[in-house]
Design a protein around this ligand. Sequence first.
Ligand SMILES: [Zn+2]
Ligand SMILES: [Zn+2]
Length: 342
Amino acid sequence: MKALFVKTPGDDPELDLRDVETPVPGHGEALVKVSSAGVCSHDVAIMRGLLRRGVDLDVILGHEISGIVDAVGSEVEGIAVGDAVVSTLTVFCGECDRCLSGHEYRCRTGHGLGHGVNGGFAEYIVLPERCLIPLPEGVSVEQASIVACPMGVALQALKDVARVRPGETVLVTGAGGGLGIHALQIAAALGAQVMGATYSEDKLTLLERFAPGQVILGGELDFSELVLAFTEDQGADVVIDTVGSAVFYSALRSLGQFGRMVLLGEVEGGRVSFNLTEVIFRDAAIRGSSGASKAHITQVLDLILDGKLEPVISHRVPLSDAKDAYHLVRDRESIGRVVLVP
Ligand SMILES: [Zn+2]
Ligand SMILES: [Zn+2]
């Protein structure tokens, strides 16, 4: 089968589509023919060489994977050949304390797909049955590739980490990105008043659909002034930051009293330093969040079926043109997700 490897990371990375042996499903495993694989900023950071620690370039990238079951090993009972499935983000044990408490994406012996074990930028992938979720009718196999990350990741951040309540104000930074555009919709589905900040003027029209009248063009400006204007000087109850250090100060100044800021991404690999009183006197919380559990994936599928959440995929790129996908994501030219099609 064909699989994508990063030969030389860098701003202009050398990517290599190589023939490797198609894996064979063992006990309790299934072989999935990959239909679609989302390109995450995490993959782009590895291609770019921004992320090097613990990165093995012999591992196939891609953790946002959907496809059709092509073969099953022994003792596979819940799925069958021909089923459309989405994968979890991690190959997990299902037995440790974290798995049993619904945090299987942080399994103590788990391996992140596309990081610790081969991911989905390939024609096929073998996964344990417990890592595959069959798709309900009404969700396409292409849409499913982005159901765990970024959609499930956004759901966890809003619902379980920020604990957004109906009527609260939520600001999403990087609102045109894969995490951002789905976070906007999920926040609205949770009953929040949503605001989105974006750097890209050409994304405004589409974003207006998800946050009518409340989309802020960030540019070089400090967008907190506009957030304060939108919230009658109260600031946002919740800030979902998908950009990181590049907008940190604006994001922090946008946060209201008792506000919760959830950090979901660090695009530039930068640093911040700030006066701690900004957090203390706001009685604020700043938390990180990553990953999504099987329960989040199922909840996202339900939100799509209920018409409350629309998966946004702007570009479909053949695996052989992965470099184009890299540029689209790096240069923020996409809206929502770019997916690779093997
Ligand atoms: Zn991702
Ligand atoms: Zn575990």
